[in-house]
Design a binder for this molecule. Structure first.
Ligand SMILES: NC(=O)c1ccc[n+]([C@@H]2O[C@H](COP(=O)([O-])OP(=O)(O)OC[C@H]3O[C@@H](n4cnc5c(N)ncnc54)[C@H](OP(=O)(O)O)[C@@H]3O)[C@@H](O)[C@H]2O)c1
Length: 197
């Protein structure tokens, strides 16, 4: 997912910094797309942080960035079992809510968790439609910023309500994985919503 974000964000003209635990990997990715590999302290100065680790690594990865109070963080995670076929948490909480709980000062936005890495990398048009990104957060201004960012990449943005609705979005991410891998439809698929005008 990180590579897809770096590709699409740099293409859209955003200044992108990559923070990883493996400097060589970050530098190679940065070089590929004209981005910059950065130290954790630099990342904490960014306008928007995209958390692109597994859910199980999220708290460690964000924790390594120092003080994140007031920072807008996009959580793209799906809390998956090792075989990717089930969610590890849900119903009464979500990965997004647990991450928000671990970093009470951050402005957390759930987004992109229903977009396969291959779709992110290949771009917003799929099967003749614009792929939508569902965006959930309790912070309206943060949701607006993420919506603008999503549109700058050419994807559609759908306001999916408050952060609690990550409890719905994460199972949709799980269903997408089932369709893609379990049902064998492949990764050139994305969930959307049909709305009669
Ligand atoms: N793949 C998809 O199609 C897809 C779609 C929607 C949502 N998601 C979600 O997006 C997230 C990333 O998925 P992915 O497929 O891109 O996974 P991935 O290829 O395994 O990449 C995860 C990255 O996280 C890095 N990482 C792990 N712990 C870290 C830490 N403590 N500090 C800094 N970096 C750390 C890893 O670094 P190393 O290289 O050093 O191990 C790796 O580069 C997951 O939560 C997944 O559920 C994935």
């Amino acid at each position: 997912m990180a590579a897809g974000f770096v590709k699409q964000l740099t293409k859209a003209g955003h200044l992108v910094q990559i923070v990883g635990r493996n400097t060589g990997k970050s530098e190679a990715l940065a070089k590929q797309f004209g981005a910059k590999a950065a130290a954790p302290a630099e990342a904490a100065k960014a306008d928007v942080l995209i958390l692109a680790t597994a859910y199980g690594d999220a708290v460690d990865a964000l924790g390594a960035l120092g003080n994140l109070a007031g920072k807008l963080v996009i959580d793209i995670t799906n809390p998956l079992t090792a075989d990717y076929m089930e969610l590890t948490i849900g119903h009464s909480t979500s990965a997004a809510e647990e991450i928000a709980k671990a970093f009470p000062g951050i402005r957390l936005v759930k987004a992109f968790n229903t977009i396969f890495a291959q779709v992110l990398a290949s771009g917003p048009e799929l099967a003749g439609s614009t792929v939508p990104v569902f965006i959930a957060s309790d912070d309206m201004a943060a949701k607006e910023t993420v919506s603008t960012l999503v549109h700058s990449l050419g994807f559609g943005a759908i306001d999916a309500g408050g952060l609690k609705n990550a409890r719905y979005l994460e199972p949709v991410g799980g269903l997408n994985i089932y369709f893609g891998y379990g049902a064998g439809l492949g990764t050139s698929i994305a969930p959307t919503w049909l709305i009669a005008k």
